[in-house]
Design a protein around this ligand. Structure first.
Ligand code: ZN
Length: 257
């Protein structure tokens, strides 16, 4: 979320609750696309860790370098980005991810441009994910206490616009074909930080990993991990109650084919 986002990390009760379970366990590669270095852990860290532990190849693409994630006016933003890059790699390692890539876009400056979509499409065509995980671009207001960071909304829009109509159509980013990257249709997208959840993923046994991965982002945890550990625990327990398990994460799942 980055320092100053103002969120506790706790999601509200979803407005729409159905439970269209995917057709059996998810398999194949997955690609998580988020705005800031610590977003994936907060929104979907238990699910990503669970998939990795099950043998899925899970990759992370972070669209900004998080270089405004500090309230210290004396610190160089390039230094913030450097530290957060290292924290991203460590968080990904804790979750068991296959790779973590951070794009060189300034924190807070994320726009849904053709250049950034090209980067996401390139990652989709290279990794060929069965599942893309991002955040819901339509989620603006979380109760009366928080509205969603512009970068989060934009990251969700970038991810969706990249996977359709971009990644599957050879006339989008045709130069990729010269790099040996073929078009790829992504069959499923899972959007965290949503107000219209339709799926709760059982992450029982993976909450500790989610919290440990978030703890890797020490630069964002001036007061320690305890606050997030408690909030993420409450959120996971609340989501878990909905499907009768100890801990869960909440998503808006789209089955695209
Ligand atoms: Zn963020």
């Amino acid at each position: 979320m980055s320092a100053g986002d103002g969120a506790s990390g706790a999601a509200p009760e979803p407005a729409v609750v159905e439970h269209p379970e995917p057709d059996g366990p998810e398999t194949g590669p997955a690609l998580a696309v988020f705005a800031h270095p610590d977003d994936a852990e907060i929104a979907a860290g238990g699910t990503l860790a669970k998939w990795a532990a099950a043998g899925r190849e899970v990759h992370l693409l972070v669209l900004t370098n998080g270089d405004r994630g500090s309230q210290d006016r004396r610190v160089e933003r390039a230094e913030v980005a450097r530290v957060r890059g290292e924290e991203t790699v460590e968080g990904a390692r804790v979750m068991g991810l296959a790779s973590a890539t951070v794009l060189d876009v300034h924190d807070g400056d994320l726009d849904n441009t053709i250049e950034i979509r090209a980067e996401v499409v390139r990652a989709i065509r290279r990794i060929r994910p069965a599942t893309v995980v991002s955040c819901d671009p339509t989620a603006w207001f979380f109760e009366n206490r928080y509205y969603n960071h512009s970068d989060h909304r934009t990251a969700g829009a970038v991810a969706l616009d990249a996977l359709f109509p971009g990644a599957g159509n050879p006339h989008y980013f045709s130069d990729h074909l010269d790099e040996g990257l073929e078009p790829h249709d992504v069959p499923a997208v899972w959007l965290g930080w949503t107000l219209e959840a339709n799926h709760h993923e059982d992450i029982t046994g993976f909450l500790d990993t989610k919290v440990a991965a978030l703890a890797a982002h020490a630069s964002q945890l001036a007061d320690g991990i305890a606050f997030f550990e408690e909030e993420l625990g409450k959120e996971a327990a609340s989501a878990g109650e909905r499907i009768g398990v100890r801990h869960a994460e909440t998503f808006r799942v789209l089955a695209l084919r």
